[in-house]
Design a protein around this ligand. Structure first.
Ligand SMILES: Cc1cc2nc3c(=O)[nH]c(=O)nc-3n(C[C@H](O)[C@H](O)[C@H](O)COP(=O)(O)OP(=O)(O)OC[C@H]3O[C@@H](n4cnc5c(N)ncnc54)[C@H](O)[C@@H]3O)c2cc1C
Length: 362
């Protein structure tokens, strides 16, 4: 019998398993599909919320803490798994100008390096491929990105190397709860017992927890496309009116993403492809000559304010919820997993946990 079961092997479940393992806990991750095969695979891997000043301090606190964790984490994952997650500092150029004051205020509050850029020549120095019409923006040179599919492979490799137990292709069908205490989960192949259970089931968390109450997490579909570019052509992440460009090291360029509340449907649409393609070309005209190699969708675990649940269930002893990271599961994940583990282990916490409590506003 394991001490802790984690339902869901996305980035949130895997990072939490890693934290608990390092604290000496015998943990088992149970994943319905392949590890990391849902939102965590589909994401862009920007290590920053898109417009951080629009979020509450509780989201920024997790983001800023994670930013300090990622360089060391990526290095450890590479040592343990042999896989390079391609964590790079490519910087993020915002070309929207209407929130400049809020952005400057936010950068001061969180000690983030932000430059207000004016003039086409200055923009061209940052990213020469941007459209001629872009002649001002906000430049955040220290923003990192990580390549999601590589992060997942590295995390799985590291779990193998560290001996962290997991089951893939094993859907959890329910929680075993008696006298308001959880004692395990039900799976197709029978019950599996544990002293504590953490639901890290992304967009599906409300379904799992419905047996014992409500959780305000709902799926928000995001579609993304990938251009087959040449290495070094586009160097910087660029964000304009909610749409972004993420250049990878091998020359591929991601363009995302849509925000659609269409339930658990992961279908992609021609209309979204056209919209993403056109917006990407408006930012980087050279993309017009590149083939679109892939088009996909993922289901983000959406919450109203983007504040995740990192909490002990108020009614069921031994049950924890770790979900609802919405658009920011990668950037928030590293710090969020640390806090979740501290709560489960009843240790001193790195961050004030109240904003992430199960009964707080998310
Ligand atoms: C297009 C797109 C772009 C994004 N870009 C970024 C970005 O740039 N930066 C960033 O920080 N975030 C980004 N995100 C958000 C980020 O990907 C998510 O917040 C994050 O992946 C959530 O991780 P998770 O582990 O909670 O969810 P998931 O990765 O969805 O994992 C949950 C897991 O639980 C499993 N599960 C569900 N039900 C069961 C069950 N009954 N039994 C067993 N297992 C179960 C699922 O199969 C799944 O693997 C993006 C998301 C999308 C879709």
């Amino acid at each position: 019998m394991s001490e802790v079961i984690i339902i869901g092997g996305g980035i949130i479940g895997m990072l939490t398993a890693r934290e608990l393992h390092h604290a000496g806990i015998d943990v088992l991750v149970i994943e319905r599909g392949p590890l990391g095969g849902e939102s965590s695979w589909a994401g862009g891997g920007i290590i920053s919320p898109l417009y951080p000043w629009r979020y509450e301090d509780s989201v920024n606190q997790l983001a800023e803490m994670s930013k300090t964790i990622y360089p060391g984490l990526a290095q450890q994952l590479q040592e343990e798994s042999g896989i390079d997650t391609e964590l790079i500092t490519s910087g993020l150029l915002f070309v929207d100008r209407d929130e400049t004051d809020q952005a400057i205020e936010w950068a001061k509050q969180w000690s983030v390096n932000l430059e207000v850029v004016t003039g086409r020549e200055q923009i061209r120095e940052i990213e020469p491929q941007t459209s001629e019409s872009i002649d001002a923006g906000l430049w955040l040179p220290e923003i990192m990105q990580i390549r999601n599919p590589r992060l997942i492979k590295a995390m799985k490799g590291s779990m193998n190397a560290l001996g962290i137990k997991y089951l893939e292709h094993s859907p959890v069908e329910g929680l075993i709860v008696e006298s308001n205490k959880v004692s395990g989960v039900l799976t197709e192949s029978g019950p599996i017992n544990a002293d504590q259970v953490i639901t890290a089931s992304g967009a599906w968390t409300a379904n799992i927890v419905s047996q014992v109450g409500n959780v305000g997490v709902e799926p928000v579909k995001g579609q993304m496309i990938m251009f087959h570019g040449q290495p070094g052509l586009v160097k910087r992440m660029v964000l304009s009116a909610g749409h972004y460009i993420i250049p990878r090291q091998d020359g591929r360029v991601l363009a995302g993403s849509t925000l659609e509340k269409t339930g658990f449907d992961k279908a992609v649409s021609e209309a979204a492809l056209e919209e993403l393609k056109q917006d990407a070309i408006n930012i980087i005209p050279a993309l017009a000559d590149m083939e679109i190699e892939r088009h996909w969708a993922g289901l983000r675990p959406g919450t109203q304010k983007g504040i995740p649940y990192i909490c002990k269930h108020p009614k069921v002893e031994g049950l924890y919820i770790h979900a609802g990271h919405y658009r920011n599961g990668v950037v928030l994940g590293a710090a969020s997993a640390k806090l979740m583990a501290e709560i489960v282990l009843d240790k001193p916490v790195s961050l004030e946990p109240a904003p992430y409590a199960c009964n707080a506003e998310h």
